[in-house]
Design a protein around this ligand. Structure first.
Ligand code: NI
Length: 188
């Protein structure tokens, strides 16, 4: 278990096209464990291996949905009292993922990225897609995805091609985002 350093734009390594995993060995398992540790620590809902500097086609995702079977927790913030459900972990691992049939229908989400901290922008992507991937044993799986999961896996798959969500924005908006990042880095 280890938290690895997350590369941040404009680090040129983030533009790498990642290569397929061929060996389903202990090294891959360690990489995936470290990716989860790094993602949960950040915290984020998705991470591609290249974001920790490893150019392999590996993604981890955990949308951390609210666990509505659990006892709601009571809390006070901002002077008001309310209940909310704790989130439950739903770790998902995608090795060598492929998108099979993206829908023509698009949906828009405000996206962010651990490699582009504190920048958020609307991105349009196919609303649904079928995804084929391998697990840690190399077994092949397929699933139809929609909603946030479809958006998240497409965002993470972009990382495997060296593409960041800000690359989907206009040049003006992308440059504004990169300037804001640079400013924040200098201030830190
Ligand atoms: Ni990202």
């Amino acid at each position: 278990m280890a938290i690895r350093e997350i590369l941040e734009a404009p680090d040129p390594r983030l533009k790498t096209v990642s290569t397929p995993v061929e060996k389903f060995d202990d090294e891959l398992k360690t990489l995936v464990e470290d990716m989860f540790d790094t993602m949960y620590d950040a915290p984020g809902i998705g991470l591609a291996a290249i974001q920790v500097g490893v150019p392999l086609r590996v993604l981890v995702i955990d949308l951390q949905p609210e666990d509505t079977d659990a006892e709601p927790e009571e809390c006070d913030h901002g002077g008001h009292h309310h209940h909310h459900y704790p989130t439950k972990k739903e770790p998902r691992i995608f090795v060598n993922p492929e998108i099979l049939d993206p829908s023509e229908e698009l949906s828009t989400y405000q996206e962010g990225c651990l490699s582009v901290p504190d920048i958020y922008a609307d991105v349009d992507r196919p609303a649904t897609c079928r995804v084929r991937w391998q697990d840690l044993d190399g077994t092949v799986h397929e699933e139809d995805m929609e909603g946030l999961l479809a958006t998240c896996i497409q965002h993470e798959m972009d990382h495997l091609e060296g593409i960041l969500f800000i690359d989907h924005l206009s040049r003006l908006k992308r440059n504004m985002a990169l300037k804001k990042l640079e400013k924040a880095r200098k201030a830190a």
